[in-house]
Design a protein around this ligand. Structure first.
Ligand code: EPS
Length: 353
């Protein structure tokens, strides 16, 4: 399986399966001298982890990351940084019944069609477990961006199923509830909705937004190296992602030019429908990306499906699944934003000095 490497100059290569012995990544191209320790990485990993509240999967992984190389006396050395996390709470027997079956809506089917092989345990490589290493690598990128360019990145839950959650933006509230919801008044509604959903055995989608502040103008390149194209690719590479918008995104369809254009004054832009990117190059405005996540396909509610011999069978999935993967996606979209921005700053430096 090729294509496990992300980025151009600042690159990560992730490996591992959900129920294998470990997951890990190699970060290549990190500048030397960045202070980092495993505890800093663990903090963000805990924001993404399962088993923290009743609203997510109850699998309890310690996500006890080890730094195996590339860091000496607390600082990056410029050599490859290897990170490793052992899987300690996989329950592979839950997947015995779908060993020869495809869950409708899941990558089970397409992995089988492509490779003729499939690690059916927990979705193998297609599992959301893989996002752990993106978040781990993202910690280094976020820190580097903050220290060197004052860039700050924050994600939030914008919608869960039918519930809009960001009509009121209280930035301080995002980290104070299990949903990364910026509107404290919506948290009880989210809890009730998720409790009922979990009892019903169904799942639901979500929209997760991320903003990067203090991004300098000039990142990204025409035509095939557009910043927004790389951001879209980064977000679409996350498990269960089904749509990405930059700035006004699909709302642009119904807008008039007079409404969409971001007027410019000596005091700055008067709006930000562009989401901080014009012609694929950052404008100096905040970069804003929105990602849609589909409902989880592993459900205990029976449905029609096929087995690997083409027989029609009833599919029921066991295991400890997330009723809404979007709940844990905020740290992941932040990490992807950080990986792309750091990569583009280093690319810009390579060309423009
Ligand atoms: C996942 C299914 C569940 C989640 C897992 C993602 O795991 P299991 O294989 O135990 O049923 O717990 O998420 C994580 C372990 C994680 O760290 O994010 C899936 O099918 O994607």
């Amino acid at each position: 399986m090729s294509h496990n490497i992300f980025g151009h100059v600042f690159r990560i290569s992730t490996f591992g399966e959900s129920h294998g012995p470990a997951i890990g990544c190699i970060i290549d191209g990190c500048p030397p001298g960045l202070e980092i320790d495993a505890d800093e990485i663990r903090l963000d990993l805990q924001r993404r982890a399962t088993g923290k509240t009743r609203h997510t999967s109850q699998r309890r992984e310690k996500d006890d990351v080890q730094i195996l190389s590339g860091v000496f006396e607390g600082k990056t050395t410029g050599t490859p940084i290897a990170l490793l996390i052992e899987n300690t709470d996989a329950r592979s027997r839950d997947y015995e019944n779908i060993k020869r079956q495809f869950r409708p809506g899941h990558a089970d089917y397409t992995y089988w069609k492509k490779y003729g092989f499939r690690d059916y345990r927990g979705g193998g490589r297609s599992s959301a477990r893989e996002t752990t290493m993106r978040v781990a690598a993202g910690v280094l990128a976020k820190k580097w961006l903050k220290l060197n360019h004052s860039i700050e990145i924050q994600g939030w839950l914008a919608q869960l199923g039918p519930i809009r959650t960001d009509e009121v933006m209280d930035w301080d509230s995002i980290e104070r509830n299990p949903f990364f919801c910026p509107d404290p008044a919506k948290v009880t509604e989210l809890e009730k909705y998720m409790d009922a959903l979990r009892k019903s055995g169904d799942s639901v989608g979500a929209r997760v937004n991320v903003i990067a502040r203090h991004v300098p103008a000039g990142l990204g390149a025409p035509i095939y190296g557009k910043l927004d194209a790389d951001l879209a690719s980064a977000m679409m590479s996350i498990n269960a992602a089904k749509g990405v918008e930059i700035g006004a995104g699909f709302d642009s369809v119904a807008q008039k030019g007079t409404e969409h254009r971001d007027e410019m004054t000596q005091r700055g832009f008067l709006s930000n429908h562009a989401g901080g990117v014009l012609g694929g190059i950052s404008s100096g405005q905040d970069v804003i990306v929105s990602t849609a996540f589909k409902p989880t396909s592993s459900l205990r509610i029976p449905c029609q499906g096929l087995d690997i011999d083409g027989n029609e069978v009833e599919i029921v999935t066991k295991g400890r699944h997330d009723p809404c993967v979007g709940i844990r996606a905020t740290p992941i979209v932040e990490a992807m934003m950080a990986l792309v921005l750091m990569d583009h700053i280093l690319l810009h430096r390579a060309q423009n000095g």
